[in-house]
Write a protein that binds this ligand. Structure first.
Ligand code: IDC
Length: 603
């Protein structure tokens, strides 16, 4: 009897899994890598990471297959000392084994019917650089000419035309031929009160400021700058060179070392296709006239060396204060601007304004008309500055003054105190809707509220959510959200509405969330949700995609009945091929377990 039951059960199980495979299977890609010192790893699939990170181990060979070999995939690798190898297909080995040769780049494409319904996306993790952007359908991913080993790879199939799983910038870097980079940080100009590209289309720069370079030189590193661009969605980084404080450039600091950091920062930002602000960080010296001669020498050197870079913005005095009036600042500017202009006739130059770069109203009354491409600095700290200062900004913008928020903080003006994220969000909305660029203070782990990195985190790159402060996490969310509507975003375009989204008005494909379980393990909290998707439109749909927002970064621990992509705090859920069609009024429920910091909220 027992045996019979066992037999029946196993038959039933076989039938379920067999039919399940036939009915439930979605398009799927699996891949295995041959790793230095490890050999062939197990197969990973659909976006999982194959290879290793943080271990400095090279991938030497790879095998890829799609739908267990029933569809065709073709791939070629670029191998050290060999170059591009002949393409192979369906689980054949590309690369070498036993020769200790690293793979540096790869391209992968689909053939046949699957190429009609899917895009194949892939991204690589490269030594010294970290994760690059996503390439697709035969584009190259990885590096060339830099002798950099590929250490990990992720591959995923998406319905044709869907948006990429993440940033597509810098999927492939050719170190020998930097000019082959698509120039996303091309020359800018100022038109009326707006920063624009050469075609006159408004551009919005959004990014991060270093802390003082003399305090925190370690955060000027190539991998971090790639990360800022690829993972944080920043398209600008500001290099803050203090003039007076703590071994300041004009008060005993090692000028060559400091200039070296600035130049390295310019190179790293350029490699990562970001704009870079060269900031002369006047603060305790109050009056920019104090070190005017040093400023002229400094800007002369930098602008002559980088006159051909189109991605440099000069900020000639961070925050005049101590009662220094606009006339004084303007006179200073009229001496420094021509020094830069002599080398670089078009670069955008940001001029500080009185009272820690708040009194833009004074510049409105007497702007610099002698030169074009001039902008005016406006700085705020969200926990200190509210409507009054915001009105000053709005009035100056409306009066036609081109304003650049070259520094803001989400804490109070001391760089400490509580964060005020509600206030920060109001500010960001104002900036976005007025085409104003902004840069957040500051990229360091100093134990103060303004810092974006946790003080106990000693890394200098490779930051995960857990390494960032609340302010740091807020910043990534903010930079990853749409900025200025209708502007040309020079880097990291905001994800488009996926093509599979029904064309019915949004809101008609409804979802409801039910937290069914919650537990903690170690430092992580786990949240299990049932998410019910309901077709509340009047038409049949054959596929669906829903974006759900979380209040913090999340990791997917497990999921079922759906496909999942993550874009920072956005969770993009789409149907499997068996639950895509929903008649009007019909629902389907999917399951999901998320790992996050405590207090996760989805909506
Ligand atoms: C602060 C730093 C702090 C440092 C101090 C030096 O956060 O660690 O000790 O400078 O004076 C600004 C300035 C910026 C300030 C920041 C916070 O541009 O240099 O950084 N702030 O006080 N303007 C308003 C606020």
């Amino acid at each position: 009897m027992k045996r019979l039951l066992k037999f029946l059960l196993s038959t039933l199980f076989f039938l379920i899994s067999f039919t399940g495979l036939n009915v439930l299977a979605a398009d799927s890609v699996s891949y295995s890598t041959h790793v230095e010192n490890i050999g062939w790893q197990n197969y990973f699939s659909d976006g999982q990471t194959a290879g290793t990170t943080g271990k400095a181990l090279q991938i030497e060979a790879i095998k890829i297959l799609v739908n267990n070999g029933s569809d065709e995939v073709e791939y070629s690798t670029h191998v050290e000392n060999i170059g591009w190898t002949a393409p192979v297909k369906n689980d054949n080995i590309s690369g070498t084994t036993g020769k200790c040769l690293q793979i540096e780049a790869i391209n992968i494409k689909l053939n046949g019917s699957i190429a009609q319904r899917c895009d194949i996306y892939y991204r690589t993790h490269v030594a010294d650089v970290g994760w690059l952007g996503w390439a697709k359908n035969g584009e190259n991913a990885g590096t060339a000419g830099g002798a950099k080993q590929m250490e990990a790879i992720e591959i995923v199939l998406l319905p044709k035309g869907n948006m990429a799983p993440g940033s597509t910038n810098n999927a492939f870097i050719d170190f020998k031929n930097q000019n082959s980079r698509p120039s996303q940080s091309g020359p800018l100009k100022v038109v009326g009160n707006k920063l624009t590209n050469q075609a006159g289309i408004p551009v919005q720069l959004r990014g991060v400021s270093t802390h003082g370079l003399a305090w925190f030189p370690e955060y000027v590193n190539q991998q971090l700058f790639y990360e800022l661009h690829n993972n944080w969605n920043a398209n600008v980084v500001r290099l803050a060179l203090y003039t007076a404080e703590y071994n300041g450039y004009c008060t005993g600091g090692d000028q060559n070392a400091l200039k070296g950091l600035v130049k390295a920062g310019i190179e790293f930002a350029s490699n990562a296709d970001m704009y870079v602000i060269v900031d002369w960080h006047v603060l305790n010296d109050q009056n920019p006239m104090t070190y005017k001669e040093q400023a002229k020498q400094y800007f002369n050197e930098i602008s002559s060396q980088y006159k051909n870079n189109s991605n440099i913005i000069y900020e000639i005095c961070n925050e005049p204060n101590g009662g220094v009036d606009w006339n004084t600042i303007k006179n200073y500017a009229l001496e420094v601007i021509p020094v830069i202009r002599a080398n670089d006739p078009d670069a955008v130059i940001i001029v500080g304004t009185p009272t820690w770069s708040q009194d833009v109203d004074q510049a409105v009354l007497n702007p610099i008309t002698e030169y074009n491409n001039i902008m005016y600095a406006f700085h705020f700290y969200a926990a200190t500055h509210k409507d009054d200062l915001r009105n000053k900004l709005i009035n100056a913008t409306n009066a036609g003054l081109p304003i650049f928020v070259s520094e803001f903080g989400v804490c109070d003006a001391s760089g400490n105190g509580n964060l005020d994220l509600d206030s920060a969000n109001i500010w960001i909305n104002t900036l976005n809707s007025n085409n104003i660029s902004y840069v957040c203070w500051s990229l360091c782990n100093k134990p103060e509220s303004a810092s974006l990195i946790n003080s106990n985190c000693k890394k200098i790159n490779g930051f995960g959510t857990e390494d960032l402060t609340t302010g740091g996490q807020w910043l990534i969310t903010t930079l990853s959200s749409p900025g200025l509507p209708g502007s040309s975003t020079p880097t990291n375009p905001v994800p488009n509405t996926p093509s599979t989204q029904p064309t019915t008005p949004s809101g008609n494909l409804d979802h409801s969330l039910k937290l069914v379980n919650e537990w903690t393990s170690g430092n992580s909290s786990f949240y299990q949700y049932d998410i019910t998707i309901t077709n509340n439109t009047s038409t049949d749909i054959s596929s669906w995609e829903k974006t759900i927002q979380a209040n913090q970064n999340i990791k997917v621990n497990n999921y079922w009945n759906c496909k999942i992509r993550i874009n920072d705090n956005s969770l993009i859920i789409s149907n499997e091929n068996y639950n895509g069609s929903l008649n009007p009024g019909e629902s389907t429920t999917i399951g999901l377990i998320l790992e996050s910091n405590p207090n996760l909220i989805l909506n």
